[in-house]
Design a protein around this ligand. Structure first.
Ligand SMILES: [Zn+2]
Length: 332
């Protein structure tokens, strides 16, 4: 089996995907029309042309504009269902999806509406596609601590539907320390914790995520390599990094995929995983990310299998489920 065939055959878990970032232009147009909401683009082509980002902020501006068309429970269902169909194509058997309630509640959409649409898609994905899933609610870090506290309050009645709390959006200038208190409250309430850190932000943000937020996983974390002490700690604690190669390329975290450090991190013993982040915007879903790094970095079959195993080990499924999927990876 060559590497590309192996990538397709491997069962995989996705641990870093923003459901709003899976919004394909075609669906965005269809929902905009259905809801009679104007978007600042004339055609699907025009939207795609706008996806020429030079950093995280230029992407976020378009991302929030697209999310504006999501209003009804069915809109959130359709969004998530389209993503699950992509998972099925790529043999992603388990996914832990981020959602950003503040992107919607700030526009007057009810928290319960967002969650109901996503939950219904998760239930259908299990029944019809055999894909398991969890939801991770993220705070938008460019907004205030107070807003994050309000959002946590809104989430508490839905505690059983949300596995973890995360932190996303514009990283630089919004360190994890800003949210130390609200994450302490989230931990007390029984949520697991993840946070974006070390994508554009410095290694110091990763230390903060570990020490102040007490994360179970780091999202991105590719800049950890700049700090030897941090690398030692990540390896010792087997702290997972949810790495997103095509996102890093598209947002100029790396200038060339051949310069990406995921293989080096893997070889050094860091618990890295492969993920798509905002696949509609960054040019590819799970297998596209695997293929891109395989081709640029010449990953061998053992390394590809290790990445798939890491994805299950780093996931929030039960040990029994982890062992089942890891055994399946090893059999291929
Ligand atoms: Zn992300």
């Amino acid at each position: 089996m060559n590497q590309i065939e192996l990538i397709r055959a491997l069962p995989k878990a996705e641990l870093h995907v923003h459901i709003e970032g899976t919004f394909e232009p075609e669906l965005m147009f269809a929902i905009a029309q259905r809801n009679q909401i104007q978007i600042p683009y004339q055609s699907v082509e025009e939207v795609k042309q706008a996806y020429n980002f030079h950093n995280l902020q230029s992407f976020l501006d378009i991302y929030y504009a697209g999310a504006n068309v999501l209003v009804h429970e069915q809109d959130f269902y359709d969004l998530a269902w389209a993503y699950f169909e992509k998972c099925a194509e790529d043999h992603v058997v388990h996914t832990e999806m981020f959602f950003d309630p503040q992107t919607h509640t700030e526009r007057g959409v009810e928290f319960a509406t967002v969650l109901a649409g996503l939950k219904r898609a998760c239930t259908d994905a299990k029944e019809k596609l055999g894909i398991s899933s969890q939801l991770i609610m993220c705070f938008l870090r460019h907004l205030s601590e107070e807003k994050a506290f309000e959002t946590l309050e809104q989430a508490l009645p839905f505690k059983d539907d949300i596995i973890a709390i995360g932190l996303d959006s514009s990283e630089v200038g919004h360190p994890p320390a800003k949210f130390e208190r609200v994450f302490a409250k989230a931990r007390e309430a029984g949520f697991l914790i993840v946070a974006h850190a070390g994508e554009e932000g410095p290694p110091a943000y990763i230390w903060e995520a570990l020490d102040l937020l007490k994360v179970n996983r780091i999202d991105h974390g590719v800049r950890s390599e700049e700090d030897e002490g941090l690398m030692t700690r990540l390896i010792a604690e087997k702290m997972p990094l949810t790495v997103c190669p095509l996102s890093n390329l598209k947002l100029c975290v790396v200038n060339d995929m051949a310069d990406h450090n995921i293989r080096r991190l893997l070889q050094k013993g860091v618990h890295v995983t492969v993920n798509s982040d905002d696949p509609s915007y960054f040019g590819g879903y799970m297998n596209d990310n695997f293929v891109a790094i395989q081709q640029a970095l010449d990953l061998n079959n053992d390394e590809l299998k290790q990445l798939a195993i890491n994805s299950f080990e780093a996931s929030f499924i039960s040990d029994e489920e982890k062992q089942k999927w890891i055994a399946e990876v090893k059999q291929i």
